[in-house]
Design a protein around this ligand. Sequence first.
Ligand code: DGT
Ligand code: CA
Length: 573
Amino acid sequence: MITSLIAGIFREIAKILELKGENVFRIRAYERAAQNIESLSEDIQDIINENRLTEIPGIGKDLAEKIVEIATTGKLSFLEDMRRSLPPGMVGLLAIPSVGPKHAKLFYEKLGIKNSAELEKACREKKLLELSGIKEKTIENILQGIALVKKGRERMDLGTALTVANEFIAALKNATRITQLAVCGSLRRMKETIRDIDILVSSPNPQKIMEALAKLPQIKDSTAQGETKASVITQEGTQVDIRVVKEKSYGAALVYFTGSKNFNIKIRQRAMKYGLKVNEYGVFRIKNGKEKYISGKTEEAVFKSLGLSYIEPELREDAGEIELAATHRLPQLLTLADIKGDFHAHSRYSDGHNSIAEMAQCAKGLGYEYITISDHSQGLTIAKGLTLADLKKKKMEIENLNKTLKVCKVLFGSEVDIDSQGRLDYPDTVLADFDIVVAAIHTGFKQSKKQITKRLLAACKNEYVDIIAHPTGRLWGTRDAYEADFDDIFRAASDYGTALEINAYPLRLDLNDTYCRQAKKAGARLAISTDAHAVSQLQAMHLGVATARRGWLTKNDVLNSLSYGELIKTLKH
Ligand code: DGT
Ligand code: CA
């Protein structure tokens, strides 16, 4: 998304300026610009087209020009010059969580550390301890941060991969006429993280596609180029593999390149049992040593030839789906159209960028019947948690909105912090007043498995808690999931009628697919929420739905497939 690209570039500039010890107002100007761009309630491309950039608070002529450059070229020469002015590798240091510009500057000036590898070495050799303010714990956090970044580099989050893929496909379609094209691989299966992007095209003239591809400005490098396939690296550094096949093989190639690898192996074995052969060109009957093409044009035809019902890409992991497809007993997976509302979103009352009315208007536009505005609770001061007086004001505002908005109900909610002992951040008398209570852990991630389990169990059992938010706390590239006994938690969620969130924020996707399936088996209900802090983030619901589908969930397993009327009857209080 262009908005996040621009905001990301401005934040990186702010960090480099801070590293260089530049004027604090200049640094803040870039940070504020990034924040204001993220909180826009309309598409920035429209603002650019209509020449209105300078109407955005904090955007003057200079920043407006930079935004236009980014929107047109996908990069900013000013940032590239700034990066070049630093010792090589230094930019990478800034990407490590728990290493801010101040630390990076200190490490460079005192120990000559210029990149992530040197920092890792200095951590292991305890050299950092010589510096003032650096403790054993800091070193431990930095090493963890380095490991997370390495992992994050190997695999992108699903949201980023979808954005890169969509931009790439749009550019390719613009460059040449294409009849059939699909994303394959882990991205089509909507895995939570993606190593590279696989694209399949059908064309009678592969050469034309390859020529158009070679000329795309999105490509930085090409690592392999054949007559019908190519591997390229985009400007962002993502690998894209492209294959061109004939129309009669398109369906078979779709099955093959969608994978997963284990799924393909099982499919091939099944084919062999029936005297068939299946590969990326089609399904063939083998008779007297000869191969006869029987299908391959569409995926449906390929599955039918193998005696299988159609298997949705999200299920193709060899986790029992082929066996069920053989007896036509696959579950009817949840779809985005089943979703009637969102349970977890923030407004300006806490740390959101939009008003309740703006969030509700957007929810209405998405066709929802309800949206919960669940701002943070009082103890979470860092996220501007709401005091009891704030709650009163917020409740009144919601009551007034509900009188005028009609179509989309605004539910009065809170994301209530679960403290280090498992207590909730408002007393029960206050909790009882909310329409929806979402409880979550925000601190003490490093507590023992036993203690974290205890905290989550206490929240599950509270009679006012409707949903446990981001139950494992994982944040891709920044923080691993904390340890807890999720079997116990899922059982308690089922026993006490507390739903478990599938947080659709792309870096979370928490619960993940595996846990969703486990939670369902334990009898728990799931609730998909975006945790949106701005109207644009409400759009991420589809990532939560994809995760639910990968977890084999149907409409009945998910709380927000209920209509407003059904929901009110189902909630705990
Ligand atoms: P990734 O890229 O690690 O996120 O995951 P995938 O699933 O996209 O894996 P990738 O890009 O290596 O390959 C794309 C698809 O091609 C994969 O899902 C299945 C198929 N494929 C790749 N290698 C093999 C193989 O050795 N055997 C079989 N049967 N299929 C393969
Ligand atoms: Ca792939």
